[in-house]
Design a protein. Structure first.
Length: 172
């Protein structure tokens, strides 16, 4: 008989009809249980926000060196001048925040740091306050700045146009 002590916990073991030890492993895929070993986790790759920050820095460089307008830069890069304006907000981030963003890695398709959230941080002109907001963003506790009525903000403030759905109900 097979000693149970040496069997790893992550396998199901069974003796087949021929007296041989068979090893079975299952992994979850959505709501299904599939036989076999789970695929290895994907290698960490740059977070999606890294591409946008690099793009913003390249656009800013093109505007500075070539004397382009936002519209000309947008035509060259294949985006609208409004999107150029949005991306260029990222260049107002403190240099150390830009370095941290450029170093972000993820092994999932999404990352909690998005362009919209980072633009909210970049709107703050004081680098010290930017660092504070970025630190909150990195731990997932991004809140509206104190003393600001974000429910009346329809123009996409720090929390975006649907901020009233994120705020606690009055009297709660």
């Amino acid at each position: 008989m097979v000693e149970e002590e040496w069997l790893p916990d992550d396998y199901s073991w069974q003796v087949n009809d021929f007296g041989l030890l068979d090893r079975f492993s299952f992994h979850a895929l959505g709501h299904d249980l599939r036989p076999g070993f789970p695929p290895p986790p994907p290698d960490p790759h740059p977070a999606p926000i890294v591409r946008y920050l690099r793009w913003a820095l390249q656009i800013q460089k093109d505007i500075d060196e070539k004397g382009w307008t936002f519209r000309q830069a947008g035509r060259f890069h294949g985006i609208s001048y409004a999107r150029v304006s949005q991306l260029l907000e990222l260049t107002r981030l403190a240099p150390d925040i830009q370095e941290k963003v450029l170093a972000l890695k993820t092994s999932t398709p999404c990352h909690p740091v998005t362009v919209q959230k980072l633009r909210g941080v970049a709107r703050e002109l004081d680098w010290k306050r930017q660092r504070e907001q970025f630190a909150l963003l990195m731990v997932g506790e991004h809140e509206a700045p104190a003393g600001r009525d974000v429910s009346a903000d329809r123009g996409g403030g720090e929390l975006g146009p649907r901020a009233e759905t994120l705020l606690p109900a009055e009297g709660a």
